[in-house]
Design a binder for this molecule. Structure first.
Ligand SMILES: Nc1ncnc2c1ncn2[C@@H]1O[C@H](COP(=O)(O)OP(=O)(O)OP(=O)(O)O)[C@@H](O)[C@H]1O
Length: 266
């Protein structure tokens, strides 16, 4: 579903170029719940933002559902212009890609002047979906995230967990195949964290949505992921099936992340 090869991201800064990702390769299969775990500053958010091209990679390849959405490779022979060619989705194709990929963040960023159902319906309004269809889909999503009773409430009247539920429903509005979650539970207490993780699990099971979860918390990975990649200082240092990586960690950083556990809430 998501195939990334040799992805490198170099930010231009005032002083000098800053490399945030180096030669990252990973393969997320359809219906995976794929965890990407690492310490602060490792490059997790940059990686997830490259997947939906919110951030333009510097080099590498990204394929989503079999389609090449980004490719910029350098040939050893710099005269070989074919290999230096850059492919990047733009315009309508980029909009379509973004509709296939929902995204949620640590802070839900809801529209404060709109109530819950208007927030959930917003991406469909932007996509020009007729009103009756929007209302039907909003009702389905309210049921999915169990917020029917809060449909007319405003974000300021909701708890952090409820706001995150609204953002999940909004991210699913246009029925994406992929849901990217950037630290979805980092601002929540452990009970609410578990409720949100249960919801993501349900979404994966019922709607067959492929999920990528960025986190620094090993408990999040343990609870819902079937695969995990460990990222450390710009590079993926370990990846595989969850049992294999957690039971036999090869790298010191994985052992450190495992020791940082808050306790298993299963
Ligand atoms: N636009 C930017 N310009 C320059 N450097 C950046 C930019 N965005 C991120 N970085 C740097 O890239 C590195 C990786 O950042 P990133 O946000 O991907 O890390 P992270 O693993 O998600 O960390 P955290 O868990 O703290 O959010 C950091 O050193 C950060 O300062």
């Amino acid at each position: 579903m998501i195939r990334i090869q040799n992805l490198t991201k170099v930010f231009k800064t005032e002083n000098s170029p800053f490399t945030a990702l180096e030669n990252v390769s990973l393969h997320v299969e359809s219906e995976d719940i794929y965890g990407i775990i690492g310490m602060s500053g490792a490059g997790k958010s940059t990686l997830v933002r490259c997947i939906n091209l919110l951030e333009e990679p510097t080099f590498g390849e990204i394929h989503i559902a079999g389609q090449c959405v980004f490719r910029h490779t350098i040939s050893e022979n710099s005269e070989n212009s074919a290999q230096n060619e850059k492919i990047r989705l733009v315009g309508r194709d980029l909009l379509e890609l973004r509709r296939e990929i929902g995204m949620i963040f640590q802070s839900p960023n809801l529209l404060m002047q709109r109530n819950v159902e208007e927030n959930i319906g917003f991406p469909m309004e932007v996509a020009g979906v007729p009103k009756e269809k929007i209302q039907k889909r909003v009702n389905e999503l309210l049921e999915l995230v169990n917020l029917q009773e809060k449909a007319r409430n405003y974000p300021s009247q909701l708890s952090g967990g409820q706001r995150q539920r609204v953002s999940i429903a909004r991210a699913l509005a246009n029925t994406p195949k992929i849901l990217l979650c950037d630290e979805p539970t980092s601002a929540l207490d452990s009970l609410t964290t578990n409720q949100i993780l249960d919801l993501l699990w349900d979404i994966n099971q019922k709607l067959r949505v492929t999920i990528v979860v960025i986190t620094h918390e090993i408990d999040v990975v343990k609870k819902i992921c079937n695969k995990v990649a460990v990222i450390d200082q710009t590079k993926i240092v370990e990846q595989g099936e969850i049992g294999q990586v957690l039971l036999n960690p090869c790298m010191e950083i994985t052992r450190q992340l495992l020791m940082g556990t808050r306790g298993n809430h299963d």
